[in-house]
Unconditional design. Structure first.
Length: 251
């Protein structure tokens, strides 16, 4: 029997969440969704133990692009590399990625009832619904976040850290775990105004328990001064995983 088919068949047959199916929520804007070019190298990055919840709410093999926020633009993001690293760290479990990022969204779009005017979706509400769908099959183990480009002006960056803290609290409440590990990714260092958010993100671990920040040092954009190229997005995913593993060991 095909390995993936066996896994999906098992998940569809269980009456309660499988403790060995570890779920991770992927939230944020376009650099979490991924805009790196999918070359042949990145088309063949999948492995059977790393699944993703697709647009229809079905578990399938995780592959680029994970996200479907803007299908014409979706590409390589950090999520798949993150999942592969988490699977490598514990080969005895399966990893389930729940992609929920929406390109272009400000942090204000990640509040209950908030609508993104471009895509006409409700980022926070949709993420909560997808998380609850995923939790029917597995156990949520962490959240990764990359967002802030849309808030990188003096006016829009005001109070960013407080809003992020509130978001973390809400998602943890939905997950039923007040200490659920949360890892944010630093914005690319290739735009001066991104420091307006990065300076606040650096304070996150000292402000909110069980959180960490993955560095973007050395990462580069794909030529648009906004989006990580495929290699940088992949590296960021590995850094997010390393921080997640650290938090889980301390929990």
């Amino acid at each position: 029997m095909n390995t993936l088919f066996a896994v999906i068949l098992f998940l569809s047959s269980v009456s309660k969440p499988d403790p060995d199916f570890h779920l991770y929520l992927l939230v944020g804007q376009s650099n979490m969704a991924g805009r790196g070019v999918i070359t042949a190298e990145y088309q063949n990055s999948s492995q059977p133990n790393v699944l993703m919840l697709d647009k229809e709410g079905k578990w399938v093999t995780a592959s680029h692009p994970l996200h479907f926020d803007k299908p014409a633009r979706a590409g390589v993001g950090p999520g798949l590399a993150f999942g592969l690293e988490m699977a490598k760290a514990d080969p005895s479990v399966r990893i389930g990625l729940i992609p929920c990022a929406v390109g272009g969204t400000a942090i204000e779009s990640w509040e209950p009832g908030a609508k993104d005017r471009v895509t006409e979706v409700y980022p926070y509400d949709d993420a909560v619904a997808r998380l609850r769908t995923g939790m029917k099959n597995g156990v949520i183990k962490g959240i990764i976040w990359h967002q802030g480009e849309a808030n990188s002006t003096p006016e829009r960056s005001a109070g960013y850290l407080e809003k992020l803290g509130s978001l973390i609290g809400r998602l943890r409440q939905v997950a039923g775990d007040t200490s659920l590990p949360f890892v944010a990714g630093e914005l690319g260092r290739y735009r001066d105004n991104y420091h307006l958010v990065n300076d606040q993100l650096k304070q996150l671990p000292g402000k909110v328990k069980n959180t960490a920040l993955a560095s973007s040092e050395g990462l580069v954009h794909k030529g648009d001064k906004t989006h990580f190229d495929a290699a940088s997005a992949t590296e960021l995913g590995k850094r997010l995983a390393a921080k997640m593993i650290q938090l889980q060991k301390m929990k």
